[in-house]
Ligand binder design. Structure first.
Ligand SMILES: Nc1ncnc2c1ncn2[C@@H]1O[C@H](COP(=O)(O)OP(=O)(O)OP(=O)(O)O)[C@@H](O)[C@H]1O
Ligand SMILES: [Mg+2]
Length: 380
């Protein structure tokens, strides 16, 4: 089918050898054809890049985070099946991007990808949006209209914010997933629909099930495979990588010529928590490109100059010290300052732990003890 091979290139991990034999390599600008003399070097460079980068030619997914790369590999494998996939992750993490990539790499790629946000459509319209409606003079519907499910026939349907589906429609969707037919009162009767369903949510579905707000049987149907997309703040190096890519993209789109990120901007980007994830970062860079007149974007241009980014650790020594300090403090707190127990938990000898604490400037913690005769506030 059209588009399958092209899209497979865009999330290419396993086929690096095949690509190299064709003399191409992936860069931030997509695939480049190499001169024969360069191909030997490129073999090595590509393997290094493919271990850390996610090519983005068509699906537009950019990452070098190991966990997200693992999810991309899962998506590649899932594309060959019709399994119903639930994509979980905070808002703006790229759930729809992954859903589109899954569709684009599947045998359904030549057919439609239809997305609907279940939480954004008013409850009274959602039924007909999803399942369609028949002509009905008494309700003022002048023409029969297919719903999103039917429109996605042969392709893929993304049900975004599936948690927003009202209970009555949850039951209706469950029935559809079992029978794979749309049933409308009136002339058309039952219409078989062949569609792959992908769902997305940023809610804890297990909690919704416990509160009886989501049907457990439907959950089991839609969550044959669950993918957890990490938030941007949890992805190593991705914020700066994406910022560079978005800067190039928007500088080209707005004819701004070459633009760069100043080192204070990069520090601020790395230090910021990005609660709105990739969408927030994208908007932030876009806004800076439009509003900044200089070629170099500063932290102030990004609106991140008030952030506390001065203490971002760069050297490996600083990073290691920071990690060791946090581990030691956490274990000491857990064992109430008992050095013998702490050294056992940390897997080092007591003298080594004392040396480490000395180097990190940590003093042995006073142990917390319950005052005698008091068992706690409740015993008063
Ligand atoms: N890894 C990525 N590389 C490049 N662009 C990305 C990436 N992840 C997300 N984006 C971009 O960020 C924006 C938000 O992504 P998307 O709509 O897929 O998020 P979402 O998780 O579905 O959000 P929501 O929960 O709000 O529906 C889009 O413009 C998308 O193209
Ligand atoms: Mg979405």
């Amino acid at each position: 089918m059209n588009g399958v091979n092209d899209t497979r290139r865009s999330l290419l991990i396993a086929e690096d050898d095949a690509v190299l034999q064709k003399g191409r390599r992936w860069t931030f600008d997509g695939y480049q054809t190499l001169a024969a003399a360069d191909q030997e070097d490129a073999q090595q460079e590509y393997r290094r890049l493919s271990a850390t980068h996610q090519p983005d030619a068509l699906a537009g997914l950019i990452t070098r985070d190991p966990e997200l790369l693992r999810i991309c590999r899962m998506v590649e494998k899932l594309a060959a099946s019709d399994a119903t996939v639930l994509i979980r992750g905070e808002s703006g993490t790229g759930k729809e991007v992954l859903g589109r990539a899954l569709h684009g790499m599947s045998q359904r790629a030549a057919n439609k990808f239809v997305a609907i946000n279940c939480a954004a459509v008013p409850d009274n319209l959602l039924d007909s949006e999803l399942f369609g409606c028949e002509r009905n003079a008494s309700t003022g519907v002048s023409k029969a209209r297919p719903g999103k499910i039917e429109l996605a026939h042969g392709g893929t349907l993304l049900l975004d914010q599936i948690d927003g589906l009202p209970r009555v429609l949850q039951d209706k969707l469950l029935r559809f997933l079992k029978d794979r037919v749309i049933e409308l009162a009136g002339a058309r009767g039952k219409t078989p629909v062949d569609v792959r369903v992908i769902c997305a949510t940023h809610h804890d579905m297990k909690a919704l099930i416990a509160q009886k707000r989501f049907c457990e049987e439907l959950y089991r149907r839609v969550a044959e495979v669950v993918l957890d997309v990490p938030p941007l703040r949890g992805r190593s190096g991705d914020a700066a990588l994406l910022a560079h890519v978005f800067l190039r993209r928007f500088a080209a789109e707005y004819n701004r010529g070459p633009m760069t990120l100043g080192s204070d901007a990069l520090s601020a980007i790395e230090a910021h928590g990005w609660p709105g994830n990739v969408r927030e970062l994208l908007n932030c860079i876009k806004c800076a490109v439009i509003t900044t007149s200089a070629r170099e974007v500063t932290a102030a241009d990004l609106g991140l100059d008030k952030m506390t980014h001065a203490d971002v650790a760069f050297s490996l020594r600083e990073v290691r010290d920071d990690a060791e300090r946090r581990a030691v403090l956490s274990v000491l707190s857990r064992v109430n300052g008992n050095i013998a127990k702490a050294s056992k938990l940390l897997g080092v000898s007591r003298p080594t732990l004392y040396d480490l604490m000395h180097r990190l400037g940590l003093k042995p913690q006073p142990r917390f003890e319950m005052p005698s005769g008091r068992q706690g506030l409740g015993s008063r």
